[in-house]
Design a protein around this ligand. Structure first.
Ligand SMILES: N[C@@H](CCC(=O)N[C@@H](CS)C(=O)NCC(=O)O)C(=O)O
Length: 238
């Protein structure tokens, strides 16, 4: 096993962005979430005093003597190691810029159902969630999708992938976000995708990649659910 992925059990969560990169790279990894004592192991690792660079939160990846937190930083590392990003500086930075924009979108998705506090139940912040979701559906989904559509359209190598002619970790993450939004906000997402044909083609192209296809059909893939970032609460979909 080359890598150990530390992420909370029972949800795809932000761990999924890392899983997709590991799967596309075809490397072996230990998915700690699948162990019965995952919670205890993750919490122990977060508290371990001998770690000079402690991660703030899962996901984090152990790779040899390195421990790497922050989804985008993990992907920066895996992109370099497994050819999931360009080698030249301009392309590396562009790919990371795309990834950080995806991270912004993921945080906004989270805030649709938890706009006030992480520590309170959805039911305790439902009124604010309804308001937040309305603007997320009407303004933010179209704005983010429109930008990704533009990026695909302007790619000099064609609109299949975000960066050049090869798959990058940002493509895998965008695939997961669109899938998550289709699950959480089916009506609003369908409407927005109507105006972004290149984005629809992009997601289809990623889903057809042999390793991703095999992964999606495997037991390693977890279903979206209402403990996750992407939650389907019909009332929030308008
Ligand atoms: N910006 C970080 C966010 C990490 C994060 O929010 N992790 C969540 C699970 S998805 C968590 O466990 N947070 C605990 C906390 O924030 O206290 C990333 O993209 O990796």
């Amino acid at each position: 096993v080359s890598y150990q992925l530390f992420y909370w059990p029972d949800i795809p969560g932000r761990g999924e962005f890392v899983r997709l990169a590991l799967e596309e790279a075809g490397v072996s990894y230990r998915d700690v979430a699948r162990d019965p004592d995952a919670m205890a192991e993750i919490e122990a690792k977060l508290e371990e005093e001998s770690i000079a660079h402690p991660p703030f939160a899962p996901p984090f990846l152990i790779a040899g003597n390195k421990i790497i937190g922050q989804t985008a930083t993990i992907l920066l590392f895996l992109g370099d190691e497994h050819n999931l990003a360009p080698k030249a500086v301009a392309g590396r930075l562009w790919t990371q810029q795309l990834q950080l924009t995806i991270a912004d979108l993921v945080a906004e998705v989270h805030d649709t159902h938890h706009p006030i506090s992480l520590d309170r139940y959805y039911e305790d912040q439902k009124r604010e969630a309804l308001l937040r979701s309305e603007s997320f559906r009407k303004q933010r989904i179209p704005k983010f999708f429109g930008w990704f559509e533009t990026v695909l359209k302007r790619n000099p190598k064609g609109p299949t992938y975000l960066v050049g002619a090869s798959i990058s970790y940002a493509d895998l993450s965008l695939f997961h976000v669109v899938g998550g939004l289709r699950y959480a906000f089916p009506t609003a997402t369908k409407r927005a995708l109507h105006n972004t044909p290149h984005l629809v083609g992009h997601v289809d192209a990623v889903a057809k990649r042999p390793r991703i296809k095999a992964y999606l059909a495997s037991e390693r893939r977890q279903a979206f659910n209402e403990d996750d970032i992407f939650r389907h609460y019909p009332e929030l979909d308008g």
